[in-house]
Design a protein. Sequence first.
Length: 220
Amino acid sequence: MIKGISKLVSLLFHPLFIITYVTLFYLAVDPYSFGVHSLDAQVPFLLMIFFTTAVIPIIAVLMMKFLGLVQSFELSDSKERIGPYIITGIFYIWLTVNLINNAEVPRLYVVFILGSAIGLFMAFFINNFIKISAHGVGMGGALGFFLLLLRSPVDQVWLSLSPQSAIGIPVVYWFLLAVLLTGIVGTARLLLKAHEPKEVFQGILVGLSAVFFALAFLKT
């Protein structure tokens, strides 16, 4: 049962889905920063993010599996990750280029997207020498986003319970939730024996530091 839950956690929090989750969160709690008044108005944007950062890379891996370029969808061999990393990285860069000068997109979100691209290429480079956790990189990027959210003027995230009421949840609680989820995902990878502890921690560090590299780059 534990192994089954670990597999489910690994699937739900696959690195390719993290950008979509963060996007959905940002749109849900602050659609005004994207120039709209509701999440419904940003469905096309959310779908574009999902297809660019998740669907297309998944299709690419499926094609590589069909052609015999990778042995399994888990990409357990570090060498098998090279092709998917390059393909995914190209789309991450394309997305960054299209968002970086878009005045309707919050700067914090652009930093996160650029950080995700940087983290992916850092993982690609490091992967040529040692194996690190891609799940760790993804969750580390999400942690970086919530850390920056802590530094922002926003002190609470408001969730609408109904058209007449809303509840304010301090940003620090969202950050703590991200820390908890990171721990759960890391533990799942360890239980599946997909990684050693140092590989998970290294992945988280790469993802986290990449977001701050992106912040420094965009400030210049």
